[in-house]
Design a protein around this ligand. Structure first.
Ligand SMILES: CCCCCCCCCC(=O)SCCNC(=O)CCNC(=O)[C@H](O)C(C)(C)COP(=O)(O)OP(=O)(O)OC[C@H]1O[C@@H](n2cnc3c(N)ncnc32)[C@H](O)[C@@H]1OP(=O)(O)O
Length: 155
């Protein structure tokens, strides 16, 4: 999916290979996240190969959408709080410290999923993001991610 000025379009190429959100990963989801007021939104249409129970999406897919939607939201929220453009330096880069997912209902494979995030807390290098996944008007999963600013010596 192409989106204009998505958060992920501002990730430098050297950190744009993530399976969930990297624009440079041809095998990945390549999600695109934007602001919608105080919320963030990603739209993603699963493929037939994302199956768990026939007709329904694999939980790992749902978790990875929540994960990368939330880390992208964390970065955008830090830039917004600082009143900075997402291309400005030094860059805010976030990795997942923890990922909690509640699978509320089976997620249908047919059609678009809407992933929405809301910042719950910003404290120091940590951003806590609450994210939901919806199919039509049904919320099928809810997640909470603790995103932590990537240390200089990551790895
Ligand atoms: C721009 C490019 C970005 C592209 C990549 C997007 C990534 C997409 C999502 C991913 O899949 S990332 C890959 C999976 N994640 C990792 O591999 C991370 C592995 N873990 C680490 O490297 C470190 O544990 C981590 C950087 C997450 C934290 O280590 P730190 O030493 O920097 O954290 P520190 O101990 O200073 O804690 C900072 C705050 O975060 C909190 N925190 C850290 N780890 C946590 C955790 N696991 N659960 C809950 N909170 C956590 C910690 O409590 C604290 O909060 P408080 O300030 O309120 O006290």
């Amino acid at each position: 999916m192409d989106a204009i000025d998505a958060f992920q379009d501002h990730y430098p190429d050297n950190v744009a290979h993530c399976y969930g959100c990297g624009s440079q990963n041809p095998h990945g989801h390549q999600i695109k996240t934007v602001w919608d007021g105080d919320e963030t939104v990603t739209r993603f249409t699963p493929e037939p190969y994302h199956t768990s129970v026939p007709g329904y999406a694999y939980g790992g897919l749902i978790a990875s959408l929540i994960d990368c939607h939330s880390t992208g939201t964390a970065a955008a929220a830090m830039y917004r709080q600082a009143g900075r453009d997402m291309d400005s330096l030094p860059a805010f880069r976030f990795v997942t410290g923890s990922l909690h997912v509640d699978f509320l209902k089976p997620t249908p494979l047919a059609g678009e999923l809407v992933i929405r995030g809301r910042v719950k807390e910003i404290k120091g290098r940590k951003v806590v993001v609450e994210t939901t996944v919806s199919a039509g008007d049904v919320t099928t999963a809810r997640g909470e991610v603790v995103a932590v600013q990537m240390p200089e010596n990551f790895g």
